[in-house]
Design a protein around this ligand. Structure first.
Ligand SMILES: *[C@@H]1O[C@H](CO)[C@@H](O)[C@H](O)[C@H]1NC(C)=O
Ligand SMILES: *[C@@H]1O[C@H](CO)[C@@H](O)[C@H](O)[C@H]1NC(C)=O
Length: 347
């Protein structure tokens, strides 16, 4: 740079002296040589680095060009403040969600490692015992066959105590999601010889589903989260593109932990539990295609039922509680009841 500046100032000065008043011919020749050969040569040499004769890289030359050009010609990029703010907000949301996942994960880890729900046979709670799930397996097997299901996603899958006994389990692809890493580790080890079975540690409340199931089982999962997370969970499951959903709900109040109507869809902190009714606010599910009572011999404390929905189901209903018609209440304990059975019973 210095060479360059030095080369410009004396040239114009000398040019002024030299023009018509050039008296000594020799002085003129020297000036001409300086202007036409020596200074351009110096300037040219200055484009080589001091490390030797290695030419500058393209990036260096580009940088030099910027230094030499007029400052106002620099490409001035206007701040796209709105999109920048949106990007920051999306980033904040991601950070918050991953913190939430870790917090939720710890709560469920504790429940699992201490058998907090007292399942005994299953760390995932009494609702996962073999004797309790006879009707649930009946319903899922019916769906696998009736809807020619190829791929089931079970979220949350827990310790997979009852699922392998579903008729058709071995000829269906099965993916189990759970938030607790130890559960996923144990399941992966236990099912390592089953080519149709795989597991992943996924917090389905916060994470988009990346597999393509035909049917999702989401049983006894939503009701251990806040209502907001429950809604987010259902939204994520539906966004997977699955056609069917198996989930459960509580219908009768005044029994077991469904003490009263106020308990239904009560907001809680994750790890706790509330009696869920998917037909009412904030879920407002449509009618299921089929359903049956859960529990040993279809009888349980809380009037818990399990159904199959065609998706989308979320916000497709009128928000009114669905009660099993009295004429079906004994049948539903041992038999799959369809939507048209309900219509007939109500007619
Ligand atoms: C699936 O296969 C496993 C291992 O071969 C077997 O123990 C289990 O009973 C089978 N399940 C069904 C529902 O047939
Ligand atoms: C659910 O339905 C009830 C009753 O119709 C309505 O007041 C409420 O806004 C609905 N909730 C949602 C989230 O759509």
């Amino acid at each position: 740079m210095e060479v360059l500046v030095a080369s410009i100032v004396p040239v114009s000065a000398m040019a002024r002296i030299s023009r018509p008043r050039c008296q000594a011919k020799r002085v003129c020749v020297v000036l001409v040589v300086l202007v036409t050969v020596f200074f351009p040569l110096l300037s040219f040499l200055s484009t080589f680095t001091s490390e030797g004769s290695r030419p500058l890289t393209d990036r260096h030359l580009q940088a030099k060009k910027f230094q030499r050009s007029d400052p106002v010609q620099f490409p001035v990029k206007a701040c796209d403040c709105k999109s920048e703010r949106n990007a920051r907000q999306a980033e904040a949301e991601r950070v918050i969600q991953s913190l939430e996942t870790e917090e939720r994960s710890k709560a469920f880890e504790k429940i699992f490692t201490t058998d907090f729900w007292g399942g005994g046979e299953s760390r995932s709670g009494p609702g996962s015992r073999i004797d309790y799930t006879g009707n649930v397996r009946l319903l899922v097997a019916h769906a696998l066959k009736d809807y020619r299901v190829q791929h089931v996603l079970d979220a949350p899958c827990g310790d997979v105590n009852w699922q392998p006994l579903i008729e058709g389990f071995n000829s269906t692809r099965y993916t189990g999601y759970d938030i607790v890493p130890q559960i996923i580790q144990k399941n992966t080890e236990r099912f390592k010889d089953f080519p149709n079975v795989d597991f992943a540690r996924v917090d389905f409340v916060n994470t988009p589903i990346t597999v393509n199931p035909d049917l999702i089982i989401c049983r006894d999962g939503i009701q251990h989260n806040s209502l907001k997370d429950g809604v987010r969970g259902f939204v994520n499951l539906e966004a997977s593109g699955a056609k069917y959903l198996v989930t459960n709900w509580h219908t009768e109040t005044g029994r077991g932990f469904v003490q009263d109507d106020n308990a239904i869809n009560r907001d809680i902190k994750f790890g706790d539990a509330y009696p869920i009714n998917v037909f009412t606010n904030p879920f407002n599910f449509s009618m299921p295609e089929y359903f049956i009572s859960e529990g040993v011999n279809g009888i349980n404390q809380d009037g818990k039922l399990v159904g199959i929905w065609k998706l989308p189901a979320l916000w497709k209903g009128d928000g009114k509680r669905f009660n099993v018609p009295p004429s079906l209440s004994s049948r539903v304990r041992g038999e799959i009841i369809s939507k048209s059975d309900v219509k007939t019973a109500l007619a």
